[in-house]
Each structure stands twice: as structure tokens, then as C-alpha cells.
Design a protein. Structure first.
Length: 323
């Protein structure tokens, strides 16, 4: 199904198997994606971006000639605000949709106060207000929680939810057998198109605060690889293939991050040294991948990830300290 408006919307890109990637406009172009799946005249969104992204999601729906009451599901991979911040506002516009969320995240969709407080602790209140806007609550009766292995249907299309902790304990991923792909949220890392080379996409794990767990993340990645997926639908950013190589990239980098961070557990200047360690790993790895971007450009593109990953590694290190 292709866009019915002319010219097509520049922030919507059609993929095979009735899947559309929507650039939510968060942060920078090609940084944050939501997905619209269409099957048998029914629709589902996977991840929503922020409240400011909702007009784009609704425009994508309209561009395909679909009414708001054709949307059966809004599925958030986890409740971090770049993935689920727009869910409340989107649900207000979709009268018959249900929200699918991991059971550990459901209460934050019904009452987002604690979620906003947690984000403010990481980013600061003013930045949360500027970047994410208002986050309306969702009525509890419209919220459905997943269970590991749960299958829901979009028309005749099965979508399977699997529990994938490691980035966050409130994370599930969605297996779409029709396209042989996973909607991965943040569990399978980040892959920005600026780093693509003749070798394909380059990918890095995300350790954003506050629930990074390397052992759980390794297990989640290996479990997803056991499905033999042909593609990944990343929130950050877009559809990527060559999944086996990306899985190896993920697993080796998780080990590398742990090996870099553990000796810094009690360092007085830990945050700065974590940032330096992450920067060195990323620069070396993009060079090995054949990326020709100047180092300054690479570090600028990864600046927010370096800062947040350093914070997340610090939280993980503190959890491992003897009490």
C-alpha cells in the first residue's frame, strides 16, 4: 500500500510486506522511527516517538487512505519517552485502538508521573518538557499487557511478543513472521544510516539508564537470532539486514563495553573516563567498518549516545558494588 497523496510525505518510507517507517522528527532526521503495519485493511503502530510526533503518525495513516478507526493496536516496545512518549496523545486520536505494553511498563502508561520524574532525573525537567511535551495518561481499560510468547493478530497477520530484557526490564520485541523481521525497540541496538558502508550497517548497543544488564541483553540478542530473522526494524533507525553479522557486532561490543567499564567501578573521574572509553571504542569500530566520516563528525553524531551510555554504565557498575 503506497501513499495516496502527491507529493508523498517526505517522512514516510514504504517497505515491503505492508510496513511503513515514519521518521518521528525527534532530535534529528533518521534518528527516531515509528512503524505502521497494514494488513487486511487494519493497522498497527509500533512505537510512537514523542507527543510532538503524533501529527506525523496520523498524517501517515491518512496518506494511506486509512481512517483512525482502522487502527487496532498501538504497540510500544518499552516505555522510554522516545518510544512511548506519544502513546497517550496518539490513543486520544484513535478511538478503537488498544495499547500493547510490557507488564512492567503498563502502570507508566496509565499514570506517567513516575516515568516523567525518572526522565527528568536523567535529562532535567526543562529538557523533558522541551523534547517530549505533555504525556497524557491512557485509560487502564484500553491497556493490554503482553506475556512472553503472546500472539496477537492484525487481520490475519500474527504478531508475537517476546520478553527481551537487557536494555530495560520493561522491554518486549515483536516478531513478524510475514516479513521475517523483528521490531526491536532498543534491544538490538542502534544503527544510524550515516555509518553505512559497503560492508552494510554499523550497529552499537545502547546502555541508556537505568536498567542495563549485559547478561540479560546477551540472552535476548541470542534468542532473537534463534528465529533466523532476515531483517530488523530498529527504532534508531530504520530497517536493516545482514542480521547475523549485526548480532555478532552486538555481542562482541557488549563484552567490550563491560571490559572497558569494570576497571572504572571506583574511579574518581569515572564518568569522564567512561565517556572517553566509549568514544575510543566507537571511533575504532567505525574505522574498522570502513566509515570515512571525520572523527569529529562521528563523535558529534554519537554525542548523546556517549553521554547516556556512560550514565547507564555507571548505574550498572554501582549496582554491582558490595553493600
Amino acid at each position: 500500500m503506497s501513499c495516496l497523496v502527491s507529493p508523498p510525505l517526505p517522512f514516510v518510507h514504504a517497505l515491503p510486506a505492508g510496513i511503513h517507517v515514519i521518521d518521528t522528527g525527534f532530535h534529528r532526521p533518521n534518528f527516531d522511527a515509528a512503524y505502521l503495519i497494514v494488513e487486511d485493511g487494519r493497522a498497527a503502530f509500533v512505537d510512537t516517538g514523542t507527543t510532538y510526533s503524533v501529527p506525523r503518525l496520523l498524517a501517515a495513516l491518512a496518506c494511506l487512505g486509512l481512517a483512525v478507526d482502522t487502527v487496532d493496536w498501538v504497540i510500544v516496545t518499552h516505555v522510554h519517552l522516545d518510544h512511548a512518549g506519544g502513546a497517550g496523545a496518539l490513543m486520544q486520536a484513535l478511538p478503537t485502538a488498544k495499547l500493547m505494553v510490557h507488564p512492567r511498563g503498563a502502570r507508566h502508561m496509565v499514570n506517567p508521573a513516575a516515568l516523567l520524574a525518572g526522565a527528568s532525573a536523567v535529562y532535567g525537567h526543562n529538557e523533558v518538557e522541551r523534547a517530549y511535551g505533555e504525556v497524557p495518561p491512557i485509560a487502564a481499560e484500553r491497556v493490554v499487557t503482553s506475556s512472553d510468547g503472546l500472539v496477537i493478530h492484525l487481520g490475519r497477520r500474527p504478531l508475537q511478543l517476546i520478553d527481551t530484557p537487557g536494555h530495560a526490564r520493561h522491554h518486549h520485541c515483536i516478531w513478524d513472521a510475514r516479513s521475517r523481521g523483528f521490531f526491536t525497540g532498543d534491544t538490538f541496538g542502534l544503527s544510524y544510516r550515516e555509518f553505512d558502508t559497503a560492508r552494510g550497517p554499523w550497529l552499537l548497543p545502547t546502555t541508556t539508564p537505568v536498567q542495563f544488564d549485559p547478561q540479560a541483553l546477551r540472552q535476548s540478542v541470542r534468542r532473537m537470532l534463534s528465529y533466523s530473522p532476515e531483517r530488523l526494524y530498529l527504532t534508531h533507525y530504520g530497517c536493516v539486514q545482514g542480521v547475523l553479522a549485526l548480532g555478532e557486532m552486538m555481542l562482541t561490543q557488549i563484552d567490550e563495553l563491560v571490559a572497558m567499564a569494570e576497571p572504572l567501578r571506583d574511579a574518581a573521574d569515572r564518568h569522564q573516563r567512561l565517556r572517553q572509553g566509549l568514544s575510543a571504542i566507537y571511533l575504532r569500530r567505525v574505522h574498522e567498518h570502513g566509515c570515512s566520516l571525520p572523527d569529529a563528525d562521528t563523535l558529534a553524531l554519537l554525542a548523546s549516545d556517549i553521554e547516556l551510555n556512560a550514565q547507564g554504565l555507571a548505574v550498572w557498575l554501582d549496582k554491582g558494588k558490595p553493600k
